[in-house]
Design a protein around this ligand. Structure first.
Ligand SMILES: [Zn+2]
Length: 213
């Protein structure tokens, strides 16, 4: 009987470890990871940040939308190592489907190309939606982003900032922006102020720093 109880306790403990704070479940769905990707990451880090590295110490979380209809199409888009011009392909660490399902695409501390100026220190979360600039991210995605950001903050205590891709200029106040290539910039609108305001409101007690519009 005692043995049975012990086994049951161990089973419950192992199950609990799978479900994180806020009921968050992370599904591993890795994009291809290879020597070629590591080489391209290293080249990107050298060119844009003057750094020789493939991984990051996360200090910020950047929220995006995909402007694509399905998680599968974004997954496919991120999958390959090369963007087609001999440089590192774009990718984010996490991809959140419209029903709130969270996919982990790369190691959490990989240096991924998702936001100019901050890739050396930022974890990226992509959310499926935003086609044509529509601010249509769902309630389930909001809940998933909150749980995911709380999980990341707990795991990486250096994380102090959360901002949307469109807030890339405002976020320079963090002092984290670095870009060695002059004029390398593109205007962004994702994931829209409505979603960022909702995130900020729900994470007000977190101690994380957000930016105004
Ligand atoms: Zn973006």
């Amino acid at each position: 009987m005692l043995k049975k109880c012990l086994l049951l306790t161990l089973l419950l403990l192992s199950l609990a470890a799978e479900v994180l704070a806020g009921g968050l479940q992370i599904i591993d769905k890795p994009i291809v990871w290879s020597e070629q990707r590591e080489q391209l990451i290293r080249e990107y880090a050298q060119t844009h940040y003057g750094l020789n590295k493939v991984d990051i110490t996360p200090q910020a979380v950047v929220v995006h939308w995909t402007a694509a209809g399905t998680w599968e199409s974004t997954y496919k888009f991120f999958y390959k190592e090369d963007r087609g011009d001999g440089t590192l392909n774009v990718a984010s660490h996490f991809l959140v489907d419209r029903d709130g399902k969270v996919f982990r695409l790369t190691p959490e501390t990989a240096l991924n190309r998702h936001i100019i100026g901050y890739n050396w220190c930022a974890i990226g979360i992509e959310n499926v939606g935003g086609i044509g600039g529509a601010e249509d991210l769902t309630k389930a995605q909001l809940e998933a982003n909150i749980a995911l950001i709380e999980y990341l903050q707990k795991k990486y205590p250096d994380i102090r900032y959360v901002f949307g891709h469109y807030q890339q200029d405002a976020a320079r106040a963090s002092g984290l922006y670095v870009e060695k290539v002059a004029g390398y910039y593109s205007i962004k609108i994702d994931p829209g102020p409505k979603f960022m305001r909702a995130l900020h409101k729900r994470l007000q007690e977190s101690g994380l720093i957000f930016f105004a519009e």
